[in-house]
Design a protein around this ligand. Structure first.
Ligand SMILES: [Zn+2]
Length: 122
């Protein structure tokens, strides 16, 4: 993958988190791990840890932050669509998939964690 600075002026750089077009590369974030580029808006609303986590999840499962933001995110619904984990690796994968679903519905990581906390306390 080439760095955005090497690309010619006709190519469009897309934010790896929210998929908005980045026309001005000044002040954007570039992941040292995979060169994914993240827009300034995402930089201001997420922590760097969150950003790296999201880049990884969208790479694995597709989609982007807020893709389905007009639909309601229901933890019950998502959980019922997933197979219940039977071992530790599967628990981890399920948690990742849950977080991914929350993100494409436009939920920020901390909002999702709050929701999950409420859910487990019920
Ligand atoms: Zn963005």
């Amino acid at each position: 993958m080439s760095k955005p600075h090497d690309s010619d002026t006709n190519s469009i750089v897309i934010c790896s988190v929210c998929h908005s077009n980045i026309t001005d590369l000044v002040g954007v974030y570039q992941s040292p791990l995979n060169f994914a580029v993240v827009c300034r808006q995402c930089l201001s609303r997420f922590t760097q840890n969150d950003i790296e986590m999201m880049i990884g999840l969208f790479f694995l499962y597709g989609g982007f932050f807020g893709k389905l933001k007009n639909r309601t995110f229901s933890l019950d619904e998502v959980l019922s669509s997933l197979e219940m984990p039977i071992n530790k690796e599967e628990v981890e994968e399920m948690n990742q998939r849950l977080m991914h679903q929350a993100l494409i519905h436009g939920l920020k990581p901390f909002q999702f964690n709050q929701k999950l906390q409420l859910y487990t306390e019920e």
